[in-house]
Design a protein around this ligand. Structure first.
Ligand code: ZN
Ligand code: MN
Ligand code: MN
Length: 282
């Protein structure tokens, strides 16, 4: 079965995300467990946790993904910023555990000019500390970056190096974002480029670590370093690129989540429709 969904809002209550996912015909979905724009989260109430778990069970969602809020930067060289970021990571892992969420996606962040190596060390230390403080079945997923200035983890070599420093690698995986891949210079648009990308990922990180895909087309060109999501088929990856991605034997069984814009050109139901039309059931 195709596990395809969208990043849906929790506006009103966390359980409402299940209704939104259902309405869109999603077979998996992603949420923020709280307002993503602030540092502080309201504590989860037991009723909202129970309501979410009940609604999810009723609708039969096997895989649910959460995404970290925007502000934390676990690659930060600044002690106070890094500490605050690790505390949010710990808190989010606990929230995901309470909500029985399967995966928590975290951006690798920015070294803020201190260099990739310094950033890799900060990320690994953040992950090790967070996992040592929280017992949870929720697997932490590191998301590849688009190659913006200062970013850590846009190259598979960097993600591989982070893994080599992680003390509990079985509790960590990777979420690959197709827009970020393309912007970072991995040509997932072409058949040969997609094969080469997966080969390089297997070599540097390991395909067994790949747990979730973010399907976003890219406004920016190959290697542009721009993190600008576009509607499926309207960007540089294009419909044929996504046809290969959703049907690829290595990728087709993975949970796939769109994080595309909602604007005059289209919305989630449009992008999900395009992807479903590209998918060939076996
Ligand atoms: Zn992300
Ligand atoms: Mn993403
Ligand atoms: Mn992005």
């Amino acid at each position: 079965m195709l596990l395809l969904g969208a990043h849906v809002s929790i506006s009103g209550s966390i359980a409402k995300s299940v209704d939104r996912a259902k309405e869109l015909g999603c077979t998996t979905f992603q949420i923020f467990t709280r307002n993503p724009r602030g540092w502080r989260a309201q504590k989860l109430k037991q009723e909202e946790v129970e309501e979410f778990k009940r609604r999810r069970r009723e609708e039969g969602y096997r895989v649910v993904v959460a995404h970290m809020p925007y502000l934390p930067n676990i690659a930060s060289p600044k002690q106070d910023g890094w500490r605050k970021s690790v505390n949010v990571l710990i808190d989010e892992l606990r929230r995901c555990d309470a909500l029985e969420i399967d995966y928590l996606v975290c951006h690798l962040g920015s070294h803020l000019g201190k260099g990739v190596q310094a950033g890799i060390e900060r990320v690994a230390r953040a992950v090790n500390e967070a996992l040592s403080k929280v017992e949870t079945g929720c697997v932490l997923l590191l998301e590849n970056m688009a190659g913006q200035k200062g970013s850590v983890g846009s190259r598979f070599e960097e993600i591989g190096e982070i893994f080599s420093r992680i003390e509990q690698p079985d509790r960590v995986g990777v979420c690959l974002d197709t827009c970020h891949l393309y912007a970072a210079g991995y040509d997932v648009r072409s058949e040969a480029g997609l094969e080469e990308t997966l080969r390089a990922f297997e070599e540097k990180v390991g395909l067994r670590r790949l747990k979730v895909l973010h399907l976003n087309d890219s406004k920016g060109g190959l290697g542009s370093g721009l993190d600008r999501h576009e509607h499926i088929g309207h960007g540089h990856i294009g419909k044929e690129g996504f046809r290969r991605i959703v049907n690829h034997k290595v990728l087709r069984g993975l949970p796939m989540i769109i994080e595309t814009p909602e604007d005059e050109k289209g919305d989630y139901s449009y992008d999900l429709g395009v992807l479903r039309s590209l998918y060939r059931p076996e």
